[in-house]
Design a protein around this ligand. Sequence first.
Ligand SMILES: Cc1cc2nc3c(=O)[nH]c(=O)nc-3n(C[C@H](O)[C@H](O)[C@H](O)COP(=O)(O)OP(=O)(O)OC[C@H]3O[C@@H](n4cnc5c(N)ncnc54)[C@H](O)[C@@H]3O)c2cc1C
Length: 589
Amino acid sequence: MWTYRAPLRDIEFVINEWLHAQAEWETIPNFAELDQDTVEQIVTSAGQFAAEVVAPINSPGDIEGCHYDNGKVTTPKHYRETYQAYVEAGWPALACETEFGGQGLPQLLNCALYEMLVAACHAWAMYPGLAHGAYECIRTHGTDSLKAQYLPKLVNGEWLATMCLTEAHAGTDLGLLRTRAEPDDAASGRYRISGTKIFISGGEHDLTDNIVHLVLARLPGAPAGSKGISLFLVPKLLLDGQANAVRCDGIEKKMGIKGSATCVLTFAQASGWIIGEPNRGLAAMFVMMNAARLHVGLQGLSHAEAAYQNALHYALERKQMRVPTSTDKQGATADLIVKHPPMRRILLQLRAFVQGQRALAYWIAHLLDCAEHHSDAAQRQASMQLVSLLTPMAKGFFTDNGFVLSSAALQVFGGHGYVHENAIEQTVRDSRIAMLYEGTNEIQAIDLVARKIIGDRGAAFDQLLKLIAVEVQACNAVSACATFGQQLQATSSAVSTVVAMILRETPTDRELPYRIADDFMRAFGLLMLAFAWARTARIAQARAEADDFYKDKLVTAHFCFDFVLPELHYRLELVNVAWQGVPQIEVRR
Ligand SMILES: Cc1cc2nc3c(=O)[nH]c(=O)nc-3n(C[C@H](O)[C@H](O)[C@H](O)COP(=O)(O)OP(=O)(O)OC[C@H]3O[C@@H](n4cnc5c(N)ncnc54)[C@H](O)[C@@H]3O)c2cc1C
């Protein structure tokens, strides 16, 4: 039986001890009043909501899926009540500006909320998850009247939203999209939008009456490619309550997140209003890209957390075979699964990735808050530079791991993991999508190497190296942690040597970044995991004698450096191999 318990102790460890978020908040006027008790209260209530209200709908919703009937979509049983409870508790407003009815709290807390909601039920969490991105986009680029008309209802949860980018022939390459927007009524700024979008999450459903679609389309005479794309707000219902010309023509049958309606939407001269400048639609959407990609990265973390909890629980109950070292020859005829060495390795691997990635994800969310709200302009800029560098890694590396680790967790259940009853097979299926949407993981890897490292000639990477060097020094200053400091130093030197080579060689080999990107992103992710665990070990070592929580942290830190991080050297070796070239596949038909 699948269950979810919010990992509150670890979340609080990351916020209070790993990040020392409170100390930073005290220097940021927007958050200066936020105290540790309030933060604990918010995180605890979010965990309770996720575990008690959302988790119970996960498995039944997967079996039932969504229903389509003549343009109408019905979500699985209890999705609607769960959403109403979510709205009544005020969760949609958590990290929105007070000006629009929000609570004005940090993204960091939204990140904790979202991690727990997705771990409880990814399919359901898709609906509220999309609304925040739309809110950010309208808030930053919408006109004052659009903001006044739409933001309060997105913030209070009365309406939900979508991102309508993909068309049948335009997925990764949005420059190919064909949806048209024609100016209609200059006085009201209205355009007429026509075209068909596919794969639109939450494109139609029964959770809210109105849905605010953000649609990419081309204006007449727009330049070809991605430089000719504009962004429009197209509501399902117009402000006078009339239906807009938006129709759901069907929902996709898919591998996972079956309770999330993925829709074909047809816009037939629908009324829409431009957001941002004409032909600058992609730039307007990029405003929320870092936060949106971090949220998808969190999905990888959530799946790995849920997989870890359930696999551990199972391994602590089921007995099979004797372990070779068993001393109790008279008693039970079999030992717990958790006692067998290969199963211990899987579970420790899950723990190392989950807890290390949590520290990294929350750090990025905290940097997003600093980038927006810090009173010191230099801090804002430095934070943004790190966010830009780390975000593609969080999206790509965490979601690759979410799928691989869920599959590893399934192994702990043996054949019982392959049947629905234990629901780990659902976690494997649900986790797979996060590697594909919000920019496939190949695109994240290319973004990391080509734009975030080569694009600024390694400046952001150098800033990161300085932070890593500070951690190395701090570890080396504590004798029990010197081994972590030395290994972190060796790891960061190995990666920075490759970065220097990339910067030197790309001008003469334009394909190079694209050939090495996937392995490089993996190596970079592992470097960041080493950073997360070195700092964790340094904090934990002083308290490990007195508290098992910290003792477990030290065990996991050692495991991570000994068993997980050797993959980094293998990945750098593959970077070297791909450096020489990847064979072409000849077209022979
Ligand atoms: C369940 C689900 C929900 C979705 N929700 C939404 C949504 O809400 N809104 C929305 O607009 N879209 C949504 N999508 C669409 C999703 O974002 C796209 O599927 C994704 O962008 C990839 O596009 P594609 O499927 O056309 O693949 P393609 O672009 O055809 O890519 C095929 C493969 O080629 C690789 N590839 C392509 N170009 C390159 C390159 N330059 N270098 C290296 N590799 C490359 C890709 O990485 C991929 O592996 C959703 C999709 C699904 C399945």
